[in-house]
Ligand binder design. Structure first.
Ligand code: BGC
Length: 703
């Protein structure tokens, strides 16, 4: 039985041929040429050498669409800027679809837009784990669970690379806060690295990713981008990655350490490389190490066929309309209905109810900021989308008590504007929180739409009847929102992270003092014209040189107990558990059967379960299978996601679903043997529609 077929990308040119080509070029290169190849060129390029047939290769961000850059720090990039690019819903929303096939189409669309723009390297996908709800970059990543993230990443990599574009797995590794990102030292044990932080990268490497970007932070005292442990040991030796490794932008301050670390490309071509030539000339740095870096860069480009075929292909512009449809489908499947009391939703199209819409991000589209920013075109705002379906809808940016009381339904739109380079508070701004409280107290039918790149505090929203997580919808996602509110689309998104009641419930709590004055620092580092209502984040980005004096530790005390693993084990009830998401129909799981009650360590276990749509409308749910060791010899989470399947069922329909558990579903990484181990014994198997809603339990014995 080998039903678990992992997606795999095959390079158009074989590694052997590419390697030979690279070897033959590097022997011809001068030292200066080599030193220029191993550092970025004009911020976003790998330098080209016409005489060797190496093209200049354009690298561009990022995970949720192509970031259009007209310029960068005074550098004119307008010749390379795409005239347009589709703004997709953010990748955390993509993960909330629990649909890896959709991740493939999403990534393929982005790859095709790269081809239209002549972009050879996409600087994504990002896959740092959601350990901290305040991380300003959670929106670009894939949630808290390594298994779920891994299934999205492998499809993403294959989707992008099959279009002929390199995918870059980033940021390796343990980069889980953006508060003073160059100064944060992740103090993390090896087991947590292996079980929580590396699996998404491993799946990307196994799927054939051609590039990896290291992270800004330090790992146990060493900056990741110049760490032998991180790159040579973890990435190259353990994960077997042999292609291009690049640093994150301006994250290197020691070129000798970089040369010895297994890094290939310093980006974006900073001052840290200035003295390298003299080090090579005086014998402090071996030329063989520089050669190896050049060989790996050229080999990667050669095996993608960049040396022999043009990257730019204008015919892909014709596919942008299709890409927009993939973006729409992502929003349809990614929007999460968190609460729906008294079935306040759906409200049918053309309803004569008096609907009042108020709050923020209604007549503008909100997206995550920084390098991952994609603004899109053809934008459909929430107001455009909802006015189309509700003729009696009134929009008031400032609603009075009378407005709120007088409406049949109030829709309040709230959210956070998450940014790279800073974290933001878990709680909404006081103004937004007050609006939710006021609306829901004055009006019994209050629905809140959340636009955010991660979890927010919703603990006091006792009077709110429905909560819809809209994430960052991209240019067309609000159409899906209108479909969900009207019931045309039955929501099927499930949370890819836990939403805790209070941030203090989270193991990440305490890394930045709540008292830290984020306002003044915001004013110092960011655009001061940003309205008060959005000043909800800390910004302390520093240069790597300044960072030396500002180093602080982020203690990963929880080890492997990240996300629901923590809340389960510590018996802390979150507000909304991992995997949670409602539908307008109901599903029932039944009749769980195992292919055997006892398996050998090398065997695959098949788990079959019946799932039935017991409601009146068609819909989809995700069957989630969690495994927990009954008598573990080391602290292990109560349960861990090890298989899942999204299932579409017509009203009344019943299907039998097969899920497969391979050996790695039972194993843990042992800090003693420094290997993956599986204990013989009993394992609990939990099946449900969220991590907290387990509907069936059984056991298997592993021999
Ligand atoms: C970000 C990377 C990004 C790079 C290039 C950095 O600030 O951390 O994710 O790819 O800039 O834009």
């Amino acid at each position: 039985m080998n039903p678990v077929k992992k997606p795999k990308f095959e390079t158009p040119i074989s590694t052997e041929v590419a390697q030979k080509k690279a070897d033959s070029i590097v022997v011809l290169m001068s030292l200066d040429e080599k030193l220029d190849l191993i550092k970025g060129h004009n911020s976003f390029f790998i330098k080209g050498y016409e005489k060797y047939g190496i093209p200049k290769v354009y690298l561009s961000d990022a995970s949720q669409g192509v970031h259009i850059r007209e310029s960068f720090l005074g550098l004119d990039l307008s010749d390379y800027a795409l005239p347009k690019s589709v703004a997709f819903p953010n990748t955390l929303c993509l993960t909330a679809t629990w649909n890896p096939n959709l991740a493939h189409d999403y990534a393929k669309s982005i790859g095709e837009e790269c081809r239209a723009g002549g972009i050879g390297v996409l600087l994504g996908p990002g896959m740092n784990m959601y350990r901290n709800s305040q991380n300003g970059r959670n929106f670009e990543y894939m949630g808290e669970d390594p298994y779920l993230a891994a299934r999205v990443v492998e499809q993403y990599v294959v989707g992008v690379q099959n279009t002929g574009v390199i995918a870059t797995l980033k940021h390796f590794i343990a980069n889980n806060t953006d508060y003073r990102r160059r100064a944060s030292n992740s103090v993390v044990d090896e087991r947590a690295l292996h079980e929580i932080y590396m699996p998404a990268f491993k799946s990307g490497v196994d799927a054939g990713a051609q590039a990896v970007m290291t992270s800004y932070n330090l790992i146990n005292g060493e900056w990741a981008g110049q760490s032998d442990f991180v790159i040579n040991h973890l990435l190259r030796d353990e994960l077997g990655f042999s292609n291009l490794v690049m640093s994150d932008w301006w994250s290197i301050n020691d070129c000798k350490a970089l040369i010895n670390s297994g890094q290939d490309l310093e980006m974006p071509g900073g001052e840290s490389m200035t003295n390298l030539k003299s080090y090579v000339e005086n014998g402090e740095v071996a030329i063989e190490k520089i050669d190896l870096m050049c060989i790996r860069i050229i080999k990667t480009l050669a095996q993608m066929n960049f040396l022999d075929a043009p990257i730019k292909d204008n015919s892909y512009f014709e596919k942008f309309d299709q890409h927009e449809q993939v973006a729409l489908q992502t929003a349809r499947e990614g929007i999460v209905l968190l609460r729906n009391e008294n079935n306040v939703l759906p409200i049918t199209k053309d309803s004569d109810k008096k609907i009042l819409l108020t709050g923020i991000y209604i007549d503008e589209i909100i997206y995550g900021g920084g390098s991952g920013e994609v603004k899109g075109y053809n934008k459909v705002t929430m107001l455009d989308a909802l006015q189309k379906v509700y003729p009696n809808l009134t929009y008031k940016s400032e609603a009075t008590d009378e407005d709120l009381k007088g409406a049949d339904v109030v829709i309040v739109s709230v959210g956070t504007w998450d940014w790279e380079g800073c974290d933001r508070r878990f709680a909404l701004t006081t103004e937004q929180e007050a609006l939710v409280q006021k609306a829901s107290t004055l009006n019994n039918n209050t629905i809140v739409i959340v636009n955010s790149g991660g979890g927010i505090r919703m603990n006091d929203w006792n009077h709110v009847k429905a909560i819809v997580y809209n994430w960052y919808p991209g240019q067309i996602g609000n159409v899906a929102l209108a479909e969900v509110l009207t019931g045309v689309t039955n929501p099927s998104g499930k949370l890819p992270m836990t939403i805790e009641k209070e941030f203090s419930d989270s193991p990440a709590y305490g890394y930045v003092s709540e008292e830290t004055s984020f306002l003044s620092d915001h004013k110092k580092y960011l655009d001061t014209s940003i309205p008060e209502s959005e000043l909800n984040r800390w910004s302390f980005d520093t240069s790597i040189d300044e960072a030396k004096d500002l180093l602080y530790d982020v203690e990963y005390k929880e080890g492997v107990l990240v996300g629901y693993r923590w809340y389960d084990t510590k018996n802390i009830t979150p507000l909304f558990p991992f995997g949670h998401g409602l539908s307008f129909t109901t599903f029932k799981l039944d009749d769980v059967q195992l292919s055997s009650n006892e398996i050998a360590k090398s065997e695959t276990l098949k788990v079959t379960v019946e799932v039935e749509n017991t409601g009146k409308v068609n819909g989809a749910t995700t069957i989630q299978l969690y495994v927990g060791e009954e008598k573990a010899t080391i602290i292990r989470p109560v349960k861990e996601l090890k298989a899942f399947k999204k299932v579409w069922l017509k009203a009344g329909e019943k299907k039998s679903i097969d899920l497969y558990l391979e050996q790695d579903a039972f194993s843990y990484w042992s800090p003693h043997t420094k290997k993956w181990e599986t204990n013989a014994g009993k394992f609990n198997i939990y099946i449900g529609q969220s991590s907290a809603a387990i509907e069936a339990e059984t056991k298997v014995t592993v021999r």
